[in-house]
Structures are given as C-alpha cells and as structure tokens.
Design a protein around this ligand. Structure first.
Ligand SMILES: [Zn+2]
Length: 148
C-alpha cells in the first residue's frame, strides 16, 4: 500500500476557514477507504471555543461511524494541535497524527504540556510533524497580517 497524504485537503479546509474569518486551521480524518471527515475552525461562527478543526472532524467522523472511537484512523491537521485537541485525539484512539506547522504559542504536542508524553495519557498516536508546514505557516501569516 502506498502512502497518500491528505494534508492538501486539510490545507484547503484551513483556507476556507480563513475566508470565513476563522483562524486558518483545517483537519481531515482518513482511513483505509479515504477521507471520512474534514473540517475547519468554526469557533467564531458557532460561538464555541471548542470548535477547533480537529474536534469538529473527530465529531463528524465518530457520528458517521456511530462509535466514539476512531481506532485505526489517521488525523491530518495543518497546525500542531493544542492541548485540548491533543487530548481529544488521544481519547478518540487516533492511530497516526500528521501535522503541518509547529505552534510555539498554543501547541500541546511537541511543546508546552506535551500531552502524549504524560503518564495520564492512555493512548498516544504516532506523530509525524512538519508535513506541508510552509504552506500552513503562509496561510496563518497572511491571516494575521490582514487582521493587524
Ligand atoms: Zn485545538
């Protein structure tokens, strides 16, 4: 089986989020049959501080499968997940996490709380960072430059 990255779809979701005035982050849940769910940030639209791309994608994927776990599924997200999303990824039993840009300000995977490295974390996905990171950084940089 050849590896196929779904990061471009996550980046498209990030772009769509920016167009809605949301911080440009996009996420995709993929399994053996391809994309199961995809989402972008909607915290402003939904008045919901938990409506991060990863959480929305996990919710949609679980709803589609009718189960609360995504064992064997992979998550692609354009930015390093925050601690909340990292905990959700762990609870969802995601097999592999692929993310783009590092997030020194709010990240919770490779820095800050490093959720997956904590003894209280019962499931840690395999983590692959820096996937299409430049494209993700450019989206974020443009978005915040326009809002200044
Ligand atoms: Zn998050």
């Amino acid at each position: 089986m050849t590896f196929r990255s779904y990061m471009q779809i996550a980046l498209d979701e990030a772009q769509a989020a920016a167009a809605r005035g949301e911080v440009p982050v996009g996420a995709v849940i993929a399994g053996p049959d391809g994309v199961l769910a995809q989402a972008g940030n909607r915290t402003r639209e939904l008045f919901d501080p938990t409506a991060h791309a990863e959480v929305l994608a996990i919710r949609a994927a679980c709803a589609a499968l009718g189960q609360e776990r995504l064992t064997g599924y992979d998550l692609y997200v354009s930015l390093e997940p925050c601690p909340m999303c990292a905990a959700a990824i762990s609870n969802a039993r995601i097999a592999r996490l692929y993310y783009g840009a590092a997030d020194p300000k709010s990240g919770g995977v490779a820095q800050g709380p490093r959720i997956f490295a904590q003894p209280q974390c019962h499931h840690a996905p395999q983590v692959y960072d820096g996937i299409n990171a430049t494209a993700s950084e450019a989206l974020l940089k443009d978005f915040f430059a326009q809002r200044r």
